[in-house]
Ligand binder design. Sequence first.
Ligand code: NAG
Ligand code: NAG
Ligand code: NAG
Ligand code: NAG
Length: 370
Amino acid sequence: MKGDAVSGGSSSISPMVSFVLGAAAATVCVLFFMSASPGRSLVDIAAWSHNNGTATQHHHLRSVADAAHNATAVAVAAPAPAPVQQASPYGDLEEVLARAATADRTVIMTQINAAWTKPGSLLDLFFESFRTGEGGVARLLDHLVIVTMDPAAYAGCQLVHPHCYFLRTTGVDYRGEKFFMSKDYLEMMWGRNKFQQTILQLGYNFLFTDVDVMWFRDPFKHISMGADIAISSDVFMGDPYSLGNFPNGGFLFVRSCNKTIEFYRHWQAGRYRFFGKHEQDVFNLIKHDMTDRLGVAIQFLDTTYISGFCQLSRDLNKICTLHANCCVGLGAKLHDLRNVLDVWRNYTAAPVPDKRAGKFQWKVPGICIH
Ligand SMILES: *[C@@H]1O[C@H](CO)[C@@H](O)[C@H](O)[C@H]1NC(C)=O
Ligand SMILES: *[C@@H]1O[C@H](CO)[C@@H](O)[C@H](O)[C@H]1NC(C)=O
Ligand SMILES: *[C@@H]1O[C@H](CO)[C@@H](O)[C@H](O)[C@H]1NC(C)=O
Ligand SMILES: *[C@@H]1O[C@H](CO)[C@@H](O)[C@H](O)[C@H]1NC(C)=O
């Protein structure tokens, strides 16, 4: 996550959030009704995630609630449990995983807060990349679990995606964007790491992807059968098994087995051993020791296929994913990724000979991309 700082964010308690918390049961019915209408986009989420305009939101809710009453049968069938009514520490996590997983118990996971669900924001671009991607990458959305960090993000997710999970956390307000290396940022990153360990312990392999990664083609074919962990590279040095590559945990595949669970235990312990460091630094500090002691095979992914702004793949015929890494600030990421998608749309619309001839190139320089 190096250079993935994001900025801004409100820390006051939003009236909407308290409203959602106070009326969670009603919200479930309402949400289900809304998600049953096809063609809704993230524009609708605006009403949920803005910190102002409570009156508008109530009005919006009321009319939707009316509609829900007119379709009581539908509302009663609402399958999603309210996020605040969980008895088990993981809530409905196992249900969500079971629904989303492939036959070999693999899920794709991303994690968002309300700041990323606004219309035209990263989650929109993320979905669009799948939908304009090649080789059936859109089908992978069936296996995507969106982990949300606050009630507004959960509500927003429910409108656009079938596999949403609300990760309840304590001590940190996850709604706003987090400054790189702030206390909240560290807390969030280590929380994410701990959550990944939970997924492994439940017996699921996962491919974690930051939401600022564009998915153009299926990346799984570049993950080796022999790898216990496959991690993207900020800088790829040429040998996928060399620990000298620079990893980026924003795109990370981990196979669930005893070795990798043990690896995560040591990783978490490193938080206290190397106090104040973020999880990626600790990964670098323990990787040699852990690969020797536990025999964990770590594959570093080639940036020709699994790319990012740090080391940009210029071959549109080969690229599978593109991460807005080495890029600070939500605005900068959005600006550059929008241009990336514009080029990609033109590329996919072009005749095959033009594609093969390499006529398409990213628009550089942008704010971060170069
Ligand atoms: C509410 O937020 C929206 C978008 O952030 C802004 O355009 C609008 O002016 C705000 N309204 C009030 C009353 O603050
Ligand atoms: C619900 O049904 C009532 C009576 O049939 C109707 O007046 C009202 O407009 C409907 N509401 C919505 C939101 O469809
Ligand atoms: C993994 O660990 C469990 C519990 O310690 C043990 O029962 C099991 O045999 C181990 N599996 C493998 C493949 O080593
Ligand atoms: C995409 O193609 C259109 C039509 O050829 C062109 O006008 C536009 O500039 C292209 N956009 C990019 C980003 O290459």
